[in-house]
Design a protein around this ligand. Sequence first.
Ligand SMILES: [Zn+2]
Length: 455
Amino acid sequence: MRPQSLLIRDIHTLVPMDEGHTVLHGASLYIEGGEIRQVVASGARLPKAHRSISGRYAIAIPGLVNTHHHLYQTLTRAYGPAADAELFDWLRALYPVWARLDEEAVEAAALVGMAELMLSGCTTTSDHHYVFPRAHPGLLDVEIEAAGRIGIRFHPTRGSMSVGRRKGALPPDAVVESEGRILADCERAITKFHDPRPGSMLRIALAPCSPLSVSPRLMRDTATLARRHGVRLHTHLAETRAEEDYCIERFGKRPLDLLEDVGWLANDTWLAHGIYFRRSEIARLGSAGVGIAHCPTSNMRLGSGCAPVPAFRRAGCPVGLGVDGSASNDSSHMLAEARQALLLQRLVHGARAFGVRDALRMATIEGARCLGRDDIGTLEPGKRADIAMFDLRGLGYSGAGDPVSALLLCAPATAETLIIDGCIVVENGELRTLSVDRLVTRHKRAAANLVVSDL
Ligand SMILES: [Zn+2]
């Protein structure tokens, strides 16, 4: 499906997201073997290519990078009993439903989340899957297979929970695994799926759900295992005040001190949320090079709080964006998430403290850094051809002056064209790799089964 070479001609506005803040008009991109080979200036001679498409009415940006998600949760969006809950009550309401996940449900859920992401301009997504009911241990494999089919660049994380209700934590015991089993399956997933090569379409990371739903020993052993294999580490941290109180009560220390004790304060770690850190803690995170997945919609939806994004960035942390959810968002729209980040950070810190370009950087190059990638996130020669294009002729952009600002200030649009690793996976605003109508029918059935059996 990937043309040997591809030319995107005469792009109305090309935003490479390079360090020089370049914006080009009328330029073309030449791609070969899935890699960007040339950015051709307007008016210069164009190379010949096997396939050529016009960019005359488009703004082209690097494909968006989603650094935190729970794809399975698309099955429980807008779940009534959790609609107005804060994090811990939200989890209490949803865990019993999620405990019934099976392969069919997870496959449909993953495809729905990925389809939504792709149609919103996202070319690389992470996923944090930590619910493994006993009878269904292969759920990670199912979503990896789904990513291959739909054609998205994928960073699945093998999540885990080992402390359940019996030991005073929130997850039902039916979805808690033994630590020996968790580590064995983490190693299996790395050996079977992880591809460390440049241009990789799939990299595994290891991701205990949070330091509060596993033991400190599992956190430590997970880090040792990850470092033995050169894979990254991910977890939720400092999402709510209640979590901070629980951490102090149970371990006698603040969440960041716990993280440091178990050997995770390092540049191979990226954390979801990071709302409740003190100033001195932000400095420690910055010197260690820990990445942050900022999830503004989820944080607002659950009333959790606002992450101090400008302070993280000043401290030196790469800060990416995560749609999180999808039961706390309840969508997987990456461009909308970048807009939410812009609006939330401006609400708290003022418009001058957080620009349109800051939000775009987080959604692209900084997200790529969180995932440990230097081969995506910008549109420059040598980078993989992950490109999102939006049609500037749309109703929502009518009257817009600056196309780059329009992307984030106007209503979030659907991508007109999406290219992943040189493959055209969205064309004329439609997914080419699967039928969305059939998928929605299947997904609705799976969602109804999961929730109805709860009654
Ligand atoms: Zn999450």
